[in-house]
Design a protein around this ligand. Structure first.
Ligand code: NAD
Length: 247
């Protein structure tokens, strides 16, 4: 038996990168996956790729920070499938800059997508999970939310906020059998980290006890565990998948 057989799983920001990797792994484990991403063309390509490989998938182009859009889509998903088992709040962006010069618009943008988007999707999905008295919500944070980073005050605050939000949501939903956990990736090879200067990447790689950057698969594996019954007694936790970067 596959670990996520017949589960209905929504993954945000999953047209590419870590989100797509999670969707692919969930699909391999038997879930019907729902791709949600701002990038409409990317949604189509991601769904087509999953279907080509024989998996069950559908997609919606949407902005996680738009509560009306998300409410409508989640309602449609529930009406079609009669349940929603898993939500992964993965959509995230960076707008880096030193604090002294950081534009308010860059602060707001990162907060809106990363933190408010996580709040909106969690709020809109929980009513459906509560109806069935079962659910797993996984929030993708970052080690930056635990240790901070020069030039990423907005991103660090949003990810630290996600970790605190995860604990509060876990406490609120525990009596309804809905578990809420976070994953804090370290440095993972994706489009997002390709934007970092080479010397920064080299510096981080040296500081990682396991001596290499992580892969999308490393994060997806942890997300499968947190969505499956194997983690049924775990809630409110943040699991670092960072090669030992912070201990
Ligand atoms: N790559 C890393 O090393 C790393 C480390 C720690 C945490 N993370 C986190 O993992 C998550 C995924 O990162 P990634 O590296 O795959 O990034 P990525 O930029 O490759 O992918 C992010 C996806 O989110 C989508 N997106 C952006 N804004 C959106 C919005 N408003 N609504 C819906 N979708 C939106 C993008 O279109 C894109 O497809 C992010 O939350 C990121 O902060 C990444």
């Amino acid at each position: 038996m596959k670990r996520l057989e017949d589960k209905i799983a929504i993954i945000t920001g999953s047209a590419r990168g870590i989100g797509f990797g999670i969707a692919e792994k969930y699909a391999k484990e038997g879930a019907h996956v729902i791709i949600i991403d701002l990038f409409a063309e990317g949604v189509e390509t991601a769904v087509a790729k999953l279907k080509e490989n024989g998996f069950s998938a559908e997609g919606f182009a949407a902005d996680v920070s738009n509560s009306e859009q998300i409410a409508e889509i989640f309602k449609e998903i529930f009406n079609t499938h009669k349940k929603i088992d898993i939500l992964v709040n993965n959509a995230g962006i960076t707008r880096d800059g030193l604090l002294m010069k950081m534009k308010e618009s860059d602060w707001d943008m990162v907060m809106n997508v990363n933190l408010k988007g996580t709040f909106i999707c969690t709020q809109k999905v929980c009513r459906y999970m509560m109806k069935k008295r079962v659910g797993a919500i996984i929030n993708i944070a970052s080690v930056i939310g635990l240790m901070g980073n020069a030039g990423q005050a907005n991103y660090a605050a949003s990810k630290g906020g996600i970790i605190a939000f995860t604990k509060s949501a876990a406490k609120e939903f525990a009596s309804r059998n809905i578990r809420v956990n976070a994953v804090a990736p370290g440095f993972i090879e994706t489009e997002m980290t390709k934007k970092l200067p080479e010397d920064v990447v080299e510096g981080y790689a040296k500081a990682i006890p396991l001596n290499k950057m992580g892969s999308i698969e490393n994060i997806a594996d942890c997300c499968v565990f947190l969505a499956s019954d194997e983690s049924s007694y775990i809630t409110g936790q943040t699991i670092q998948v960072d090669g030992g970067l912070i201990m």
